[in-house]
Write a protein that binds this ligand. Structure first.
Ligand code: HEC
Ligand code: HEC
Length: 443
């Protein structure tokens, strides 16, 4: 067996879709992967290209003067909340990642508006930045230990990295993307960002921390800004308050209600809900509280979302790990349609669920999980009298969708894994994951 990620509770034996049919093709696919990593693929969008080149233009933090963590974190907070660093002048990181909403957006748009005139859609639903950032492992493909096992079982699913597709290795690299993306903060270049930073009310604090010359060199100033954002995101207590009722329950300070207890049991039951297999809910071996994600990638077959304008083009697909936003794994067909498992902390406060924001209501998202295959016509459109199941993937890639992990194993006409009342129980349990400051009045 491959080594499990830390912060998971008791090891669980998983039979994930990813393992299916991997054996004979594996030796070849390992080769393909090696080749692909040597010839890194060309970027397919202007934003990705700009972001990539700017990231390599930024010097490593090592070449910056040492600045103490508290100062750096405070600078990062100022930057994170500053809309003047955008092409529109109206969009800050915090516009999409609002601290009052667990660092996710208010409202229930599937994707947020951005761009120079705030009339362009961002690429995907905005994830909450709470809890996960300082515990996200680097993106990796884990292979089982020896060749015999490898041939029998196939590879473990890949895990880690930032973004729904894990394409960024560090928070510094990640921050370049929203700053330069034409669909988000829409700056033309790193120099453009630095010119704005230089005009900011707090620019002198950057000079004070990094030296009076910091703005003389774009690469240095840009690296300083990225380092500040990263330090804020990693260290600020507002990213990991642990004030949910579930945290208090784990610490023995409160009891769960009978309904919440039932919900938790259904969430854990490996033969039915099986949710905790991918969204772990137990303390780690080191006592750490669970984050409800294993950071692994899966294809769930979430229906296509017509709220995303790009989907009006039938040839457009967001395939997650295999592209088009991510460009280094595009030769890996078996990676197509896979997205990173999100945390479920604060999930009841989210207005858009899954990578494409297809669902806006938690109960409906759970109904989808348990009846995706028993009642496919409810979730997918029909064409020529045939239900187009897994319609957000091209036909030839629909075999990547997970049909081996409960509760995704059912067949048409079988009863769903949960009744409606049981879904209500699980929703009640998931509501215990809402942090104190994200609970509405009376919550
Ligand atoms: C227009 C909305 C928008 C703005 C503005 C924005 N983001 Fe995001 N953010 C997103 C979306 C959408 C994603 C998911 C992107 C993906 O998967 O490709 C994301 C993902 C992230 C992630 C990865 C989270 C994870 O768990 O992997 C981080 C970190 C992040 N953003 C930080 C920032 C920072 C820092 C800024 C400001 C420099 C910023 N964002 C500005 C929409 C936005
Ligand atoms: C095989 C792994 C796996 C299992 C089992 C699983 N999930 Fe997920 N979950 C994921 C992945 C991967 C995503 C993101 C998929 C996407 O966006 O395409 C996700 C997304 C979600 C979301 C959307 C969260 C958000 O912020 O967008 C919810 C809610 C959710 N899961 C709840 C559950 C529940 C409840 C169960 C048990 C019935 C469950 N999951 C079982 C892997 C899993």
């Amino acid at each position: 067996m491959a080594v499990r990620l830390p912060q998971q509770g008791a090891p669980v034996l998983k039979f994930r879709a990813f393992r299916r049919g991997a054996a004979p093709a594996l030796a070849v696919s390992v080769l393909v992967m090696l080749v692909a990593s040597v010839f890194s693929m060309g970027a397919t969008t202007a934003a990705a290209a700009a972001a990539t080149s700017a990231a390599s233009a930024a010097p490593a933090a090592g070449s910056l003067p040492a600045v103490d963590a508290a100062t750096l974190r405070e600078l990062g907070r100022l930057v994170f909340h500053d809309p003047s660093l955008s092409g529109s002048g109206r969009l800050a990181c915090s516009s999409c990642h609002d601290p009052a909403h667990a660092y996710a957006p208010a409202g229930n748009l599937a994707v947020q508006w951005g761009g120079a005139h705030l009339d362009r859609q961002g690429p995907r639903a905005v994830p909450s930045l709470r809890y996960v950032l300082n515990r996200t492992p680097r993106w990796s493909e884990e292979y089982v230990a020896n060749l015999a096992e490898r041939l029998l079982e196939g590879p473990e699913p890949p895990a880690g990295g930032f973004g729904w597709d894990g394409r960024f290795d560090s928070l510094r690299e990640q921050a370049v993307f929203p700053l330069l993306s034409v669909d988000e903060m829409a700056n033309a270049s790193a120099a453009d960002v630095v010119a704005k930073l230089r005009q900011a009310a707090y620019a002198d604090r950057f000079r004070h921390a990094f030296g009076a010359q910091v703005f003389n060199d774009t690469a240095t100033a840009f690296a300083a800004l990225l380092a500040a954002i990263e330090r804020f995101e990693l260290d600020d207590p507002s990213f990991h308050p642990y004030t949910s009722r579930y945290d208090a329950y784990l610490d023995g300070k409160v009891e769960l209600t009978a309904q919440e207890q039932r919900g938790r049991q259904l969430f854990d039951d490996t033969r039915r809900g099986n949710c905790a297999t991918c969204h772990p809910d137990r303390r780690g071996a080191d006592g750490s509280h669970p984050l409800f994600t294993d950071y692994q990638f899966e294809a769930l077959g979430v229906p296509r979302n017509p709220e995303i304008r790009a989907n009006a083009d039938p040839a457009h697909y967001d395939l997650g790990l295999c592209g088009p936003l991510r460009t280094d794994q595009s030769s890996q067909d078996r990676f197509c349609g896979l997205f990173k498992t999100p945390t479920l902390r604060n999930v009841a406060t989210r207005g858009a669920l899954f990578h494409n924001g297809r669902f806006h209501d938690l109960k409906q998202a759970l109904q989808f999980y348990v009846s995706r295959d028993t009642d496919a016509a409810r979730w997918y459109p029909a064409a020529d009298g045939r239900v187009e199941q897994y319609d957000d993937l091209p036909r030839q890639l629909r075999g990547n969708v997970d049909v081996t992990d409960e509760p995704l194993t059912r067949h048409p006409g079988e009863p769903p894994a949960w009744t409606d009342a049981q879904i209500d129980d699980v929703v009640a349990f998931l509501k215990t994951l809402t942090d104190a400051d994200a609970r509405g009045p009376g919550g």
